[in-house]
Design a protein around this ligand. Structure first.
Ligand code: SAH
Length: 247
């Protein structure tokens, strides 16, 4: 980012274009006026997840209902690598961590899956999405990953086409190391990572996964990683081998 880039970046739901006026809700107004102490005329950066990043001016600095006016475009929308993350929800704080990191790591779609050993904690999608938005604001990205509602793994698997490789992170560690396994997959090919819950995959799930034509079983090294660690490690390797971490 250059020196003149606005210091504050916010995600907004409004489609951004020159001249658009964005009324802010109470929480956002409070943040900008009372917490960040901005005054009318202040410049910030906005992104909406589809139209890149825009410079905006605080044109009405009312504490309870401020308004931003969109000026010029700072960056065009950059597409994300076509990488999904399927993970079994774990404890709240660790699930928050996974979705936040998925966003920072440039994952396009986050898809919680319920597996046999998934602890049946209900997911609060609004909260998880808020975490992703915050992560996107901080990491300078112009995308917020899509977030699906949780679905049973076997159902997802039954509908899975062959067009997207399903990189199955198998704690059995008998599969080839992930980078070796990905050597034959073309950069940019649609891909998805699958990470199991703390209890790992049930034998019948592993069997179904191994039998599926889209599945590529991989190992993440000799140690058993916690699910949150495994998610970040696998996202990093996927971005190196298939995504935007190298040319
Ligand atoms: N309790 C299980 C481990 C689960 S680890 C056991 O003891 O076998 C949680 C998830 O992280 C796993 O389901 C897998 O998807 C991933 N994972 C952890 N370590 C891994 C490794 N070395 N290789 C591949 N996947 C791994």
């Amino acid at each position: 980012m250059n020196e003149t880039a606005p210091k504050i970046r916010l995600h907004v739901e409004t489609a951004l274009a020159e001249g658009v006026e964005i009324p802010l809700d109470r929480g956002q107004s409070n943040y900008l006026i009372n917490v960040m102490r901005l005054e009318a005329g202040a410049i910030l950066a906005l992104f909406d997840g589809s139209n890149g990043e825009w410079r905006a001016e605080l044109t009405n600095a009312h504490r309870k209902g401020a308004t931003l006016t969109v000026r010029d475009r700072l960056r065009v929308q950059e597409p994300l690598p076509d990488l999904h993350l399927l993970f079994a929800p774990i404890k709240k704080a660790r699930t928050d961590f996974i979705v936040e990191k998925a966003c920072e790591m440039g994952c396009a779609r986050v898809r919680p899956v319920i597996t046999r050993y998934t602890q049946s904690e209900r997911l609060k999608l609004d909260r998880l999405r808020a975490h992703m938005v915050e992560a996107a604001e901080q990491c300078g990205g112009v995308n917020v990953p899509d977030l699906d509602a949780a679905r049973p793994l076997l159902e997802v698997l039954a509908e899975w086409g062959e067009g997207r490789v399903l990189i199955f992170c198998d704690e059995a560690r008998t599969a080839p190391p992930m980078l070796d396994a990905l050597a034959d997959v073309a950069r940019g090919a649609p891909a998805a990572l699958l990470i199991g819950p703390e209890g790992g995959f049930a034998p019948e799930e592993a069997e179904r996964l191994h039998a599926h034509p889209a599945t590529l079983p991989v190992s993440l090294g000799p140690r058993i990683l916690r699910a949150d660690t495994a998610a970040v490690a696998a996202l990093a390797l996927a971005q190196v081998a298939l995504g935007d971490w190298s040319a």
